[in-house]
Ligand binder design. Structure first.
Ligand SMILES: C[S@@+](CC[C@H](N)C(=O)[O-])C[C@H]1O[C@@H](n2cnc3c(N)ncnc32)[C@H](O)[C@@H]1O
Length: 562
């Protein structure tokens, strides 16, 4: 692996012909510590940018600007101020991945791309290094302004820049010139030099390419692409435009922006994309990977809001071992469960000082208006309103009681057995959203015999003595999903997880048996495996399974405690 070449990119040279094998996902190519260091610099720069932006935004709003102008000015000024203070990172333009940024990373504002070095142009969609015939494209931002198109298989048709009548304030359309970014893209094609692709997506649903009516957009880094072909054709305005066909370089989960009808038309010009397949996928709402075999259509047997299918990468893979799919915990032993005392709110618990449930959360509302975990929660325990409360079932403080909110699927992860991932067409999950619940069939008090006879997946906690055998067990309870469970039982461990587990109380007051709810720790792109940290209450040594961790993350500690 040519680390130097990767790091330098085009910084040290303007020559063509950079080897493709050097372009792997950044975290897999860089040394762990170095990648973490670069990533923390990227995060720090983003944090400075966002703080600066919100400070300027509130200043400008109180000045003479309307909201839209204030936001635009605050974004630009924040970026420029940071540049002046040398707070941008990855300042030199480069071809290839950008240190500290991973495929699937999502950015809130276009200016953030400048700040982190992913795309240096404030407005132009094509960024490049060098001049004229010596130039190379470094990155493109794919928006809906031009007739851009993308399909599920990682192919993209990108319109060249210049003289676009759809650009705000744009003048009369003219023929595009093979100069600037257009020429750089052609040079990249000739040189087989990869180009970073950033997709502008609907930030609300994480869905397809931006909708013109919705200003809640975000930007996803979709990895490296190769320019395969360039053609010139007449646009709808009658003038000549350049169109570039790009194919994704790496086999990583795609963000799968669904194709549109006009997209299919564009793709057809190249005669290279399978239009029939595109249409068919549209109809079936798309599937994760071309070669996936569906083993079960719905493991929940219609009990969840969405079907949960089980897929495998090849035929002949056995189904997961059978178990009863449940959507509520089943308590085998009868506990003496003290009921939680509920609130008396009749107006939707908006007055948090009066709502006893919110008061139990230290006066903090645990979820924001977008149904995401509020930031800055100090405790892992959340008190929701429940059956003994007077508020209605639509109270915002009952989030976890509404079950799964997004489509997930079970897939065979090879080294770790079955795993759970986001379904492709749902695209990313925003940080903080509720992803899944962990349910089990036996909320039981421990007895040593019981513990030794079970393969306890998780949540067995708080032992007094943790040697190879559990010697003394504090009377605690746990969720066992071996015979009865839900999708949560398939979520694997990672030392660098993308989920966190919160303990939610809403019915009884038994703190030993809270509801275990998974929330996204970060934005999670489509098709990405979900994971949480089994080792958080380590060390737990129960069961006989292998303890070798196969998470493959740069921070892997080598073991899992199961
Ligand atoms: C809760 S289950 C997860 C679903 C499991 N993969 C399956 O096929 O049913 C936990 C088991 O998955 C496997 N597992 C989960 N995370 C793992 C990891 N990071 N490395 C190796 N095995 C893992 C271990 O066998 C563990 O006992």
């Amino acid at each position: 692996m040519n680390l130097t070449l990767y790091h330098l990119g085009m910084e040290g040279s303007k020559s063509f012909g950079i080897k493709q094998e050097g372009y792997h996902n950044p975290s897999s190519i860089m040394k762990t510590e170095e990648f973490s260091l670069r990533r923390s610099k990227v995060k720090q720069a983003l944090m400075i940018f966002r703080n600066l932006f919100s400070k300027l935004f509130s200043e400008y709003k109180t000045d003479h600007y309307d909201n839209v102008k204030a936001k635009f000015k605050a974004l630009n000024d924040a970026a420029m101020l940071m540049q002046r203070k040398h707070q941008w990172v990855n300042c030199q333009k480069r071809v290839g991945h950008v240190p500290g940024i991973e495929v699937g990373d999502r950015f809130q504002y276009r200016n953030e791309l400048n700040v982190v070095g992913l795309h240096r142009q404030f407005v132009n969609g094509i960024d490049y290094v060098g001049k004229g015939k010596n130039s190379l494209a470094t990155s493109i931002v794919v928006t809906n302004r031009y007739d851009n198109a993308r399909n599920h298989g990682g192919s993209l048709v990108y319109s060249g820049h210049g003289w676009n009548p759809n650009v705000k304030g744009g003048s009369m359309p003219r023929d595009q010139k093979l100069a600037g970014g257009n020429l750089a893209l052609k040079n990249s094609m000739d040189a087989k030099s990869p180009v970073r692709v950033i997709l502008k997506v609907d930030g609300k649903s994480g869905g397809g390419i931006e909708k013109k009516t919705n200003d809640k957009f975000s930007y996803i880094y979709d990895g490296l692409y190769l320019v395969e072909k360039m053609i010139q054709e007449r646009g709808t305005h009658g003038k000549l435009v350049f169109k570039f066909l790009l194919n994704k370089l790496e086999e990583l989960p795609s963000t799968c922006v669904p194709p549109k009808d006009e997209v299919i038309k564009n793709v057809n010009k190249f005669g290279q994309l399978d239009i029939f397949t595109l249409r068919k996928r549209l109809k079936t709402k798309g599937c994760a990977t071309k070669n996936d075999v569906i083993i079960m259509n719905d493991i929940s047997n219609g009990q969840e809001k969405f079907p949960i299918r089980v897929v495998a990468s090849t035929d002949g893979i056995k189904r997961p071992p059978s178990f009863d799919y449940i959507v509520n915990n089943i308590y085998v032993d009868s506990f003496e469960k003290p009921m939680l005392c509920g609130c008396d709110c009749v107006n939707g618990c908006v007055d948090w000082e009066k709502c006893v449930c919110i008061v139990k959360n230290g006066g903090t509302i645990p979820y924001d208006s977008k149904k995401r975990l509020a930031s800055g929660l100090e405790s892992r325990v959340i008190y929701e309103c429940g059956s003994s409360c007077k508020c209605s079932s639509s109270c915002y403080n009952r989030l976890s009681q509404h079950g799964l909110q997004f489509q997930l699927e079970i897939f065979n992860s090879e080294s770790k057995g079955w795993g759970v991932r986001t379904r492709s067409q749902d695209n990313f999950f925003s940080s903080g959203v509720l992803v899944s619940l962990s349910l089990g069939g036996e909320g039981k008090k421990f007895t040593p015999k019981f513990v030794n006879s079970l393969r306890v997946y998780e949540f067995a906690r708080e032992f007094d003595n943790l040697e190879r055998k559990v010697l003394k067990i504090v009377e605690k309870c746990f969720i066992d999903a071996t015979r009865r469970g839900n999708i949560g039982r398939f979520i694997n461990h990672s030392c660098c997880p993308n989920l966190q587990v919160m303990e939610v109380m809403y019915d009884d007051n038994d703190k030993n048996l809270p509801h275990k709810i998974f929330f996204a720790l970060q934005d999670i792109p489509a098709g990405r495996e979900l994971s949480f940290d089994y080792n958080i209450c380590k060390p737990r040594v129960i069961g006989t399974g292998s303890n070798i961790c196969q998470c493959g993350s740069p921070k892997c500690v080598g073991r899992i405690y199961i």
